[in-house]
Design a protein around this ligand. Structure first.
Ligand code: FES
Length: 582
């Protein structure tokens, strides 16, 4: 006769009972799991509650996540007040300045870690604590693949500092001051002084770089509680958002509100609108393509470009404007932006509150006077922040952040000055012998997804020193790499296909003519097809590979920028079905 299990050991697949370890006897698996967790002092009553996993990305190497301990405390408070059981677990954490060779090389690894830990451990919903550039996309990619109810908690931006009475913040001002130093406008002592002031507290970069962009996108996708994007890391508002996030995580666990119900086509369209209206980082489009790919959806670059023509930049933040994230928060944050963008948004898209975006905008009320979010009639830039370029140099598309480019260079034809790779650039960019003028076009090859590898943010090619000291602030630059969202200039990025796999960029030579026309959305190499074919036959390209390890996995499976630089085997082949567990 089979013995009836005690109530606390029934195998209904919720909470601690989910995903039992395989011992060939499920009753024993649950018995053992409970025995071990009770070793940490838990009671049966605690273990019977909905389990909320918390992806803990705190790390001494990641000051952008320096408030994670406090966030977890507030999250746990919210979870327990709502009747859930919080269980935090570590995952990979990536900081921009501490990841070699580049953070993007590790984003997919973090997404796999996040996905598999969500799958492997019993939880009814997961809170993803992310902030620094690659962490939020990695977590949304992983959670989208895992398919359970999920909610994003942003760590929040850093505070701004002050250098000799001038307000400064990472990292547009880091680049501006470094440019001044290279141009010999400031000395060793001043560059050292400003180094102490650029990052005034823990938290993510204080301008509209990739971290702020992904925070705004996460809220636009419906993946945060209302107002989750903007509070700075060290504020009481940020902690209240964490408490609210914890409580909402319990609600979505009870409702079974899985991530595929939030991350719909409409949600991605809202995210693209917001990306354009905030003058967001060009990295945002790569990450959106990767997240969408996990759900069997595509981001159409042509559609992004069309949307850009009727979506002005409204947010007056550096590098496109003048303010910082803490100002955006004081101006009402995303609710203020949504209110302005309302006619262009898909208002029926569902959010993690269980309400639609339209309902959340209504609940946020009428707003107040402020000067950070502009109106549709008086934008800071008349079109979307970025434009999509095509032409024989980039048959798969390329991106330019037009809102932070020099208007005088947007229609430009010039002579190519070519660097074969990042090392070649580092060796020659400051050489007195470099044959370059302000009218030339700097071309950098082999910094694409496979080329570097990892598509580093080396597309922000420095102004050659001989031009910088003449006062030249901008010059047309082209590469198959990325650029930090905090950077600025007339810079063509994400040239697809990349040079390392034989894209046309590989065959550009010194002295070739290149034409950039942002109005015609064109990037062209003014060399005949026959000549390009001759060059191809003369110097055939062998794509890079590696002998072993993660590098081999990366080089063998990474996709191009238009597919989000995700691994090909991680993209969904059909819309995710959470019930299947696949
Ligand atoms: Fe972490 Fe900028 S370095 S957000």
């Amino acid at each position: 006769m089979t013995k009836k299990l005690p109530a606390t050991l029934d195998l209904d697949a919720r909470g601690l009972r989910k995903g039992l370890t395989s011992y060939g006897d499920n009753g024993f698996s649950l018995f053992l799991r409970k025995a071990f967790i009770k070793g940490a002092g838990y009671s049966d009553s605690a273990l019977d509650r909905p389990v909320i996993g918390i992806a803990n990305t705190g790390s001494a190497y990641n000051p952008c996540h320096g408030n994670v301990t406090q966030l977890i405390e507030a999250l746990k408070r919210g979870i327990m007040l709502a009747g859930g059981l919080p269980m935090d677990f570590p995952t990979i954490s990536i900081h921009e300045s501490f990841a070699y060779p580049t953070s993007m090389y590790l984003r997919n690894l973090m997404s796999m870690d996040t996905e598999e830990m969500i799958r492997a451990q019993p939880m009814d919903a997961v809170v993803l604590i992310g902030g620094c550039d690659k962490t939020v996309p990695a977590q949304l990619m992983g959670a989208a693949s895992a398919g359970i109810p999920a909610i994003q908690l942003i760590t929040g931006s850093m505070l701004t500092g002050s250098h000799r009475s001038e307000r400064v913040g990472a990292c547009t001002d880091c680049r501006r001051y470094w440019g001044k130093y290279r141009a010999e406008e400031i000395d060793d002592e001043e560059i050292s002084d400003v180094n102490n002031q650029l990052v005034a507290s823990v938290g993510t970069c204080s301008v509209m770089g990739t971290a702020s962009t992904m925070a705004c996108i996460a809220e636009a996708l419906g993946m945060t509680v209302p107002g989750g994007a903007s509070p700075p890391a060290v504020t009481a508002d940020r902690m209240r958002i964490a408490e609210l996030t914890g409580a909402q995580a319990v609600a979505i666990a009870r409702q079974g509100l899985t991530i595929d119900k939030i991350l719909t086509e409409d949600a991605f369209e809202n995210a693209m609108r917001v990306l354009l209206a905030i003058g967001g980082s060009t990295n945002g489009i790569v990450h959106l393509a990767a997240i969408a790919g996990r759900l069997g959806l595509d981001i159409d670059l042509k559609k992004l470009d069309r949307m850009g023509k009727d979506t002005p930049v409204l947010l007056d933040l550096k590098p496109s404007g003048q303010h910082y994230m803490e100002d955006f928060h004081k101006a009402g944050g995303m609710a203020t932006l949504f209110r302005q963008l309302k006619p262009l948004l898909k208002l029926s898209a569902l959010t993690v509150t269980g309400r639609t975006l339209g309902e959340e905008i209504e609940l946020a009320g009428p707003g107040f006077a402020q000067d950070v979010v502009k109106t549709m009639d008086d934008p800071i830039y008349p079109q979307g922040g970025m434009a999509v370029l095509e032409g024989n140099l980039s048959p798969g598309g390329a991106i330019i952040k037009q809102s932070s480019a020099d208007p005088g260079l947007m229609e430009h034809e010039g002579r190519a000055v070519v660097f074969e790779n990042a090392a070649d650039l580092a060796n020659r960019i400051d050489s007195d012998d470099l044959d370059v003028t302000k009218d030339d076009v700097l071309v950098l090859k082999n910094i694409g997804p496979k080329g570097a590898p990892g598509m580093p943010e080396a597309g922000y090619i420095p102004i050659p020193k001989k031009l910088a000291i003449q006062g030249i602030k901008d010059i047309v630059r082209i590469s198959d790499g990325r650029m930090s969202g905090t950077a600025f200039g007339t810079i063509v990025l994400h040239v697809t296909p990349e040079s390392a796999i034989g894209g046309p960029l590989a065959y550009v030579q010194n002295g070739d003519r290149i034409r950039l026309s942002v109005s015609k959305r064109e990037i062209s190499l003014l060399v005949s097809d026959a000549e390009l074919q001759r060059r191809r036959e003369l110097s055939p390209i062998t794509p890079p590979t590696a002998e072993r390890g993660y590098k081999k996995l990366f080089l063998d499976t990474v996709t191009q920028a238009d597919q989000g630089v995700d691994f090909d085997f991680l993209r969904a082949v059909r819309p995710a079905d959470p019930a299947s567990g696949e």
